[in-house]
Design a protein around this ligand. Structure first.
Ligand code: AGP
Length: 591
């Protein structure tokens, strides 16, 4: 999820590109760089940290250039790994957003032909391939290069000898800003709006040549025309992709996030080396907040699929009891990789003899340097304080880890893997019902209390649903195992306490129906989350949120996305801030 900007026109390219990259700062990044064509040379600067850290920059005089803000995926955050990347001659510069899944084999092939690499990134193979194919026609060289790439890319290339940019996109966004005698290519609209509101959205497979005052678009080698549209958005609207809040934008990014995370670890087989778990007799999760709820789901999955006993600890509590962990795999789940409680618990677990695995979204974060092993989620930067897409990405990694630990053969797990592969479509099936969810949310918005209930995997689903509701709508939402209601929480029920019930299509379904009847007998209104094909539950409840039917194990994804939307629209109906809830921080770096 990096930021890309390229410019060709009458202005100084470095000034335009740096201002454009600053418009992409909301996406979060760890380093950045700019290259400009100056007197048949490529001049470039690369920096760690934020662009705003320094007052002014001057790369060189020149009207053509490219720039990049990096959200590290391959190769730690460092100046040498920052883009743009150049070839051996230094005459070709590339910026790239995406993941080149075959970069290792390409790198070895290029090194065998004498290419010398300076970075750890997947991107650098692109500049060296272009160098090999370049015979004077940059578009032709780029076209041949992308024919060797597997994975996703949005890339912009320039050569020192000509004022020209060549760009290509596949499964990673690129948009062209069409100004008067100037062109700006970028990964997202906010980078363009200071210069023009006329844009061309490129399509997968498009290859674009930008010249002074003109551009050409090719698809499958043929010139094509793409519509020039006018963007009505303000800059702030554009940062949210037209959504009113980052939270809603990030919920709608979930299908893509699932694809990206699966892309990283699932081909024909699950590409996760679980040798780190060899010989462990138990697993202990340590985490906080939403990541703690992901851990509870991880417990359910690993115990059910792999038969390994699992404990789940609040990181902030783990520090007060320190069991022996010599045959334990301690799994820390942390989106930010900087949560102080989780980091401290990791250090203690290591001291107690545990092997440590961290499931993290931010590459190079502290947790990745403490853990013995790391598995990254591919959620990209999550701006909203409420964890949504990162939570689902954590679940995807947990499904794959649990399946790997299960020892099942490929054919035995094929059905579950097929279900995982269609998960992006199942989530889209949830998002398609957003209007119905919003209507229910608006009916809930004036309550001061809520009770979320479930059984089995429905319990952590309920807990995470309640946390979402708490943290952005400020409604006091609790979650309980449905079987526990009779041991006290029944006293809270009544017409002022709606109940949100997660029904999963497994052995808990019938008894959950019974619990719902008990709840109804106490005058609470009931909102049920259940599969599309459930014709029974609507007889007993006030509202039904329907999600695509899936194996009970995977309802943690479909139900959670529905409950994220429920919380979002309830908070919106209440006029809450949503992206930056009161008293909360995105990353809690204090204990
Ligand atoms: C979840 O919506 C909250 N933002 C919070 O509970 C968060 O999950 C918790 O602070 C843990 O953060 P981490 O995953 O970055 O460690």
């Amino acid at each position: 999820m990096c930021g890309i900007a390229g410019y060709i026109g009458f202005r100084r390219a470095d000034e335009v590109i740096i201002s454009a990259l600053k418009r992409l700062e909301y996406r979060g990044y760890d380093s950045w760089g700019v290259a400009v064509r100056h007197e048949n040379e490529i001049r470039l600067i690369k920096r760690m940290g934020a662009i705003g850290d320094e007052k002014t920059y001057s790369v060189a005089e020149g009207n053509a250039g490219i720039g990049h803000t990096r959200w590290a995926t391959h190769g730690k955050p460092s100046e040498i790994n920052a883009h743009p990347h150049t070839d051996c001659s230094g005459k070709i510069a590339v910026v790239h957003n995406g993941i080149i899944s075959n970069f290792q084999s390409l790198k070895e092939e290029l090194e065998s032909r004498g290419h010398v690499f300076s970075s750890e990134t997947d991107t650098e193979v692109i500049s060296h391939l272009i160098e090999e194919f370049y015979k004077g026609d940059l578009r032709e060289a780029v076209e041949k290069t992308i024919g060797r790439l597997k994975g996703s890319y949005a890339l912009v290339v320039m050569h020192a000898e000509k004022d020209e940019l060549v760009a290509a996109r596949y499964k990673s966004p690129l948009v062209l800003g069409v100004g008067d005698d100037e062109l700006i290519i970028a990964s997202d609209v906010p980078a363009i709006l200071d210069y023009t509101s006329r844009v061309v959205y490129l399509e997968d497979g498009d290859l674009l040549v930008l010249m002074k005052g003109d551009f050409e678009i090719f698809s499958d080698g043929r010139k094509v025309n793409r519509k020039v549209e006018t963007i009505p958005w303000s800059i702030e609207d554009a940062e949210k992709g037209g959504y009113e809040h980052f939270m809603l934008k990030e919920i709608h990014e979930i299908p893509r996030v699932i694809e990206d995370t699966l892309f990283e670890y699932l081909s024909d087989d699950i590409e996760i080396d679980i040798s780190f778990a060899a010989g462990v007799s138990e697993v202990t999760f340590i985490a906080c907040g939403t990541s703690y709820h992901a851990s509870l789901i991880g417990k359910h999955l690993i115990e059910k699929l792999a038969g390994i006993p699992v404990r789940v600890e609040f990181a902030s509590e783990f520090i007060y009891h320190q069991p022996p962990m010599h045959r334990t795999l301690a799994i820390a789940i942390t989106q930010s990789g900087e949560t102080a409680d989780t980091l401290e618990a990791m250090r203690i677990a290591k001291k107690l003899g545990a092997r440590t695995l961290a499931i993290v979204n931010v590459l190079g974060s502290t947790a990745t340097r403490i853990a013995d092993h790391v598995l990254y989620t591919r959620a990209g930067p999550e701006i909203s304080v409420a964890a949504t897409k990162s939570f689902i990405a954590q679940l995807i990694v947990l499904y794959l880890v649990a399946l790997k630990l299960s020892g099942m053969t490929k054919s035995e797990m094929e059905g579950l893997l097929d279900e995982l592969r269609i998960m992006p479509e199942l989530v889209k099936g949830v998002l398609e019902h957003e209007d119905e969810i919003r209507a229910i949310a608006e009916k809930l918005s004036d309550y001061g209390n809520m009770m979320y209930i479930g059984r089995g995997i429905g319990v952590p689903i309920a807990m995470e649903g309640a946390l979402k509701m708490k943290e952005i709508s400020y409604i006091h939402a609790e979650a309980y195992p449905a079987g526990e209601l009779k041991h006290g929480p029944f006293a809270l029920l009544g017409e002022r306490t709606p109940v949100i019930a997660s029904l999963t299509p497994d052995e808990t379904y019938e008894i959950m129906l019974g619990n719902i009847k008990e709840v109804k007998a106490r005058e609470s209104i009931v909102v049920a989350v259940t599969g599309h094909d459930d014709a029974e539950v609507e007889k007993y409840v006030d509202h039904v949120i329907r999600v695509p039917r899936t194996d009970a194990l995977f309802t943690a994804v479909t139900h959670s996305v529905a409950l994220q939307l429920l919380a979002y629209h309830t908070a919106k109906a209440r006029g809450c801030e949503i992206d930056k809830p009161r008293n909360l921080a995105k990353s809690v770096t204090v204990e």
